[in-house]
Design a binder for this molecule. Structure first.
Ligand SMILES: [Zn+2]
Length: 761
């Protein structure tokens, strides 16, 4: 499944909204309180505590239009007993005071709320001693008897437009949205809101024009507490940024303080600059030190996988072509296997076993492929149970399903052909962990697979069912529960087949638990078409050394149709050649995965492609071979900024077509044209300090590659050699002295190479 990028919109019932009457704002020093560290300064209105100025001193950039700021930098959303928004009150604190315990810190306190005696809010904001960053913490007191739906903090209003803006969104692999205000103004609801952990893989947002200045918003929570992030556009074309924190939904709770701080800062640069700022903090956290990949506790066959084949159906359609391709490639191929199971896809979960082709046939095929050196992992959804299954009733699943604040279950129809829904189970329950781990036990121990791909793994939910034993609503029980689940699975499965447990999506919180991450966004256009957002390798830029990424919808044939789905909707052309107009889209997807440090994947591979789409299959196999010569960069290296390589651009045809997209009755393949680079580059630093620059051309013509850079940009000594590695071998391109590295090279049509910079020791 891959439908989680739909922005989750948030309806809020507010009992008390804290809005101040229009106060006259002023820049006069007598009316503001200000703190600064030489890099940035923050100013609050002395009378009210409104946040009215955020200045980047070096770049003389003011982020906030104070005329637009209406409210305080926080909002507490209490539960409404009547669930009726029209009963919202406006409550004004009668008392506000502030203090500055030191030159970098400011403390703001509000109390005297007419509607709630004893209710107090305190905010502590302090500046980093050296960096252009500030840390924001909130303390909420006197809330007993008034459960909270959300504490918005910080709430930063009036963010003005700054040039040609881009917005970094850490949606799983990463997304760069162009002109977010234009996108928001076109929508009915001028708001985007995302859930962390889950749909957001890390806690970093950046809104910038690289020629001007960037707004950096983050959070230093390393314990995976659930929270939302949001941007809203107002009528003045200014943006409001919110981080929404969730205390336990508990009337007995009298005070709430998150265990973490929000981080607000400024930067000059691009998304890589912002990613590097975040990485500096992120790789020191628990999830990095407990990384399964970094600690070498994942089975070596996963690291050694040169190519994934992602096929669907019975073993003849899956393992057989993979073994053939492995023999052609001459390197290890692993199989990512959907539709092996008894139930129809996205329906009747979790009734996966026995496999649809029968136990004997399945197990024999799995073992036979293993003897040929091809291992396979099978799909199983990590959170869903179909309400139309017999087991749903027989095993009494309802008490252990996720419940929203009103006690309702979370059911959704994924299978557009049958309309049967799936319901989310609560990861905080031992019942679900027992159920899922027993399924893993069977498919590994009995059916001899090499592991389970955990669909919808990198998602989290707020559950309000008090009988589950976790805190209601807010908390970090989801990720904790996931950790318990994978511990339980690994304690039960046999080591015989060296099983692995990768999951869908990516997420910093899951780095200690999953063996690899399925990141489909190099093939984003297949399911999302062409829009104002593009995929960026943000997760790899932060965490490449800590988590293996793989996966792509990249395919040369039309999507398959599950034989268990209704016959009347079955298209005639399943797994038939796609129009060759889309061949370049395939090359582009493979080039992206290669230079972005993912393990390459082909979806729906069949041996007839070896001659029907020879150029494209050869390209893929050549990528796998070349990548294999450069694993210290492309598997284990640290992401670096590319040197200034200007890629030529070409207009290519793009198809939007996946098992559901373009397959709804009456809907056809959607075709787009898109200007894309025809040369892809990715730069990686190995542990031995060498630099590898992966280059992949998808052009039919020669491309002249000509660029210079200074060794100091990569903290390299000023002398060394530049080698070029291709599938034909390794050659010295030139030597460099004085730190000046110069590359002149002619890329063949669809050429691939690794430029290796080896400094003299
Ligand atoms: Zn629960």
């Amino acid at each position: 499944m891959n439908k989680t990028f739909v922005t989750s919109l948030f309806s809020v019932l507010v009992f008390i909204i804290l809005l101040l009457p229009q106060c006259k704002s002023s820049k006069e020093s007598g009316e503001i309180i200000e703190i600064g560290n030489g890099k940035i300064s923050l100013a609050f209105e002395k009378a009210t505590g409104k946040f009215i100025a955020f200045n980047d001193i070096a770049n003389s950039h003011e982020f906030i239009n104070q005329e637009v700021v209406k409210g305080l930098p926080w909002e507490v959303r209490f539960d409404s007993p009547s669930n009726n928004q029209s009963q919202a009150n406006e409550t004004i604190p009668s008392k506000f005071r502030y203090s500055k315990p030191d030159s970098l810190t400011i403390i703001l306190e509000w109390e005297g709320f007419k509607e709630m005696k004893g209710f107090k809010v305190k905010a502590k904001i302090n500046l980093d001693e050296e960096k252009a960053l500030s840390y924001w913490k909130i303390f909420v007191d006197g809330i007993k008897g008034n459960p909270i739906r959300g504490v918005v903090f910080p709430k930063i209003e009036g963010i003005t437009e700054s040039g040609e803006e881009k917005l970094v969104i850490p949606g799983w692999m990463g997304e760069l949205m162009h002109n977010p205000r234009v996108a928001l103004s076109a929508g009915q609801i001028k708001r985007m809101e995302w859930v962390y952990p889950g749909a957001l893989s890390s806690q970093i947002f950046a809104l910038y024009d690289s020629n001007l200045c960037g707004f950096y918003a983050s959070c230093n929570d390393s314990l995976s507490y659930t929270k939302n992030f949001a941007f809203t556009l107002d009528t003045m074309n200014t943006l409001e940024y919110e981080m929404i924190n969730y205390p336990s939904f508990d009337p007995a709770l009298d005070s709430y303080t998150p265990s973490y701080e929000a981080v607000i800062g400024s930067f000059k640069g691009d998304w890589i600059t912002a990613a590097e700022m975040y990485r500096e903090w992120a790789v020191k956290q628990r999830w990095a030190t407990e990384s399964r990949f970094r600690n070498g506790i994942i089975p070596s066959w996963l690291e050694n996988t040169a190519l994934w084949v992602w096929n669907r159906g019975k073993s003849g359609n899956v393992l057989k072509p993979a073994v053939e391709l492995k023999n052609k490639l001459g390197l290890p191929i692993s199989v990512f296997w959907h539709w092996w199971h008894n139930n129809s896809y996205d329906e009747f979960l979790p009734e996966y076993i026995p496999p649809r082709e029968g136990k004997k046939s399945f197990t024999n095929a799995v073992l036979s492929a293993q003897r040929e050196g091809v291992r396979s992992i099978v799909y199983m959804n990590a959170i869903q149970w179909g309400e139309s299954t017999e087991s749903w009733k027989a095993e009494n699943a309802i008490p252990f399903s996720l419940k929203d604040i009103n006690g309702n279950m979370n059911s959704h129809i994924y299978n557009i052909f049958t309309g049967n829904s799936l319901t989310v189970m609560c990861m905080g329950t031992q019942f679900w962990r027992d159920k899922y781990s027993s399924l893993c036990d069977s498919v590994v121990n009995v059916y001899k697979t090499n592991g389970v791909y955990m669909d919808q793994a990198c998602l989290s939910y707020k559950c309000f069912d008090r009988s589950h034993g976790h805190s209601a609503g807010g908390g970090n029980y989801w990720v904790e529960g996931f950790g318990k689940l994978t511990d339980q699975i690994r304690s039960k499965v046999s080591k015989e087949t060296e099983p692995i447990f990768p999951g869908e999506g990516s997420g910093e919180s899951w780095i200690p638990y999953l063996d690899a991450f399925l990141t489909l966004q190099p093939s984003r256009e297949r399911y999302a078409g062409v829009g104002n957002s593009e995929t960026i390798p943000l997760f790899q830029a932060i965490y490449h050394q800590y988590g293996i990424t793989y996966g792509s919808y990249s395919s040369l044939v039309t999507p398959p149709y599950d034989e268990k789905w209704p016959k009347e909707y079955a298209p005639e052309n399943t797994e038939q050649l796609l129009d060759e107009a889309f061949n370049k889209q395939f090359l582009m997807e493979q080039a992206r995965s290669f230079v972005w440090g993912c393990q390459p994947t082909i979806a729906n591979y069949h041996s007839f492609l070896n001659y029907e789409r020879k150029v494209e299959i050869d390209y893929l196999l050549n990528i796998a071979r070349l990548r294999y010569k450069a694993l210290k960069y492309l598997l284990k290296g640290e992401f670096c900024r590319n040197p200034g390589i200007e890629p030529p651009v070409e207009n290519i045809k793009i198809s939007r077509l996946s098992i559901y997209a373009g397959r709804t009755p009456g809907e056809n393949v959607k075709t787009f044209n898109k200007d894309v680079p025809v040369l892809y580059a990715g730069t990686w630093k190995a542990d031995d300090n060498n630099i590898g620059i992966a280059l992949a051309s998808i052009s039919d013509n020669y491309i002249s590659v000509d660029f210079n850079f200074n060794s100091a940009e990569y903290n390299l000594p000023s002398e060394g050699e530049v080698y070029i590695i291709t599938n034909e071998g390794k050659e010295l391109l030139n030597s460099y002295t004085g730190g000046s590295i110069s590359v002149k090279y002619s890329m063949q049509p669809r050429g691939l190479c690794i430029l290796e910079i080896v400094p003299s020791v």
